[in-house]
Design a protein around this ligand. Structure first.
Ligand SMILES: C[S@@+](CC[C@H](N)C(=O)[O-])C[C@H]1O[C@@H](n2cnc3c(N)ncnc32)[C@H](O)[C@@H]1O
Length: 480
């Protein structure tokens, strides 16, 4: 009863689309000071919430869900009725009012890779709309986000990692350009056709909406299409999106078709037994820290999926192998048979893919490993007997012989050294900066680069161990 009163009183207010420019606090406040009770809203709308599931302030991750009692494995934790997820369905909106058509046209101008902005437009529309069905949910969203588009310029520089700086720049530029496009689309609209209740929309509120979606939406199976298939649709899942992330989750989202209505229901079940006071955790995906920071605004320590990006380049490989003391390879001028394999690996040809990664579960991108093995080999016949998958595989032990494998690994270690040297600060400097007590965004930026450096150092250690084992094997073979 008390909750419904609270909902009613906030429904009558004007909904400004403002957004605080930077996320400087660890626990951002919600859009309104005392938002409605989400659990009551979900159950009131016909959803189910296990009696042992509660919203609670997490020690480090903002709000989260916790178990207030022991919950057995397999228990249903949350079930959302069909109308609760917030989706952007252009077909449904197109058949609607003029404001819907304006939203659809704006969404068409958003590049596919920034899909979060498309759903963000719908979120902004609902945020501005007085009487929105989703207001109890939206009012519970954070007011600010710790994603780097909101970092002060000097903290963006502190990330020290060009591929991420490029992505942040791209997003910021898009938001500034899109602000202009939105403004001109909203000009001269009749009040009824205005999707944001007559309010102008700035880059900061577009950024708020994009970040709210990128940090909370799940890509799930949508309704059945006319051809019988289902496509994946990003959606915001009230309450479920209060779960924080872990690579060792104790909860899982499942989708089931309701036998009565044929609609798809979204549920969360306990994947393991959950102890009292444990947080309910979902796995957001096997992502590197670039994506966690860009989309979610956090950085994970010892993330097994973290990696660095390099550009495949003959001159860089020549420099690395020379530094590694590998005898006279010529990466810049491969023999024709080597060039042929480089084409098969997509390093040469009309549309080469030069981006390669080091780190993550694969340790070294298979294409790079294969290229090094091939370019360091001098016998074309042995190489041509092997298939590409063997050449790309780290678990294929020294397919071109131990000397070749050692040279390839040494070159990779040297590549790691070069990558480390690209960071202008030393690890000790980074760590002492953190000890000084810095702003939340400086802390995130410095933590990001520290994690990248640790990842590179761990990879170097792993490769060095492999070189040692291989060298010992070679010595043993010679002695036999
Ligand atoms: C889907 S929401 C989860 C609910 C959120 N904590 C809140 O207060 O509303 C995702 C956000 O939670 C925080 N978060 C989730 N998992 C985290 C983790 N493992 N470490 C740090 N922050 C995390 C990040 O701010 C992220 O953008």
């Amino acid at each position: 009863m008390a909750a419904s009163k609270m909902i009613m009183s906030s429904l009558n207010q004007f909904r400004p689309l403002t957004c605080a420019a930077t996320a400087t606090v660890s626990y951002p406040s919600r859009l309104v000071p005392h938002p409605p009770d989400l659990v009551k809203w979900v159950t009131g709308e016909g959803g189910f919430v296990h009696q042992g599931v509660k919203i609670s302030q997490d020690a480090t991750n903002g709000l989260g869900l916790i178990a207030s009692q022991e919950i057995p494995k397999g228990s249903l934790l949350i079930s959302l009725p069909h109308r609760l997820p917030l989706k952007f369905s252009p077909l449904a909106i197109n058949g609607g009012d003029g404001a819907g058509a304006v939203l659809v046209n704006l969404a068409r101008r958003v590049p596919e890779e920034l899909w979060a902005m498309k759903l963000g437009l719908k979120l902004l529309h609902e945020r501005a709309k007085v009487g929105s069905f989703w207001w109890p949910y939206i009012s519970n969203l954070p007011e600010t986000y710790s994603v780097p588009i909101f970092f002060p310029g000097e903290d963006i520089k502190k990330l020290q990692y060009a591929p991420l700086l490029y992505q942040i720049n791209k997003r910021c530029r898009f938001l500034l350009d899109f602000e202009k496009e939105v403004s001109s689309a909203l000009e001269h609209l009749k009040a009824n056709d205005h999707p944001f209740e007559g309010q102008s929309v700035h880059a900061s509120s577009l950024g708020w909406a994009m970040s709210a979606v990128s940090s909370r939406a799940f890509s799930l199976c949508g309704e059945k299409l006319p051809d019988g298939t289902h496509n994946n649709v990003p959606m915001m899942l009230p309450l479920i999106d209060m779960c924080n992330h872990s690579f060792y989750p104790n909860a899982q989202i499942i989708q089931e078709q309701d036998t009565r209505t044929s609609k798809i229901l979204i549920k969360v079940v306990a994947e393991t037994a959950i102890k009292q006071n444990d947080p309910l955790l979902l796995n957001y995906g096997c992502l590197n820290n670039d994506l966690f920071l860009l989309d979610y605004g956090f950085v994970l320590t010892s993330n097994p999926y973290d990696c660095i990006e390099l550009k495949y380049d003959g001159a860089l490989l020549d420099a690395a192998s020379t530094a590694a003391g590998v005898s006279s390879p010529n990466f810049s001028a491969p023999a024709p048979w080597q060039q042929q394999i480089l084409s098969q690996l997509n390093f040469e040809g009309e549309a080469p893919i030069l981006k390669v990664t080091l780190g993550g579960p694969e340790l070294v991108e298979g294409r790079l490993l294969a290229a090094l093995r091939v370019l360091l080999a001098d016998d074309s016949r042995t190489v041509q007997k092997l298939d590409l998958n063997t050449l790309k595989s780290m678990s294929a032990e020294a397919p071109l012989g131990i000397a070749n494998e050692v040279a390839a690994f040494r070159t990779m270690i040297a590549l790691c050294v070069i990558a480390l040297e690209h960071f202008p600060t030393k690890m000790s400097e980074d760590e002492s900066l953190l000890k000084q007590g810095v702003s939340a965004s400086t802390e995130l930026a410095v933590k990001f680069r520290i994690e990248k450096k640790y990842m590179i150092i761990d990879l170097m250690r792993d490769l060095t161990r492999r070189v040692k084992t291989l060298s010992e094997k070679e010595k043993a073979t010679v002695q036999d």
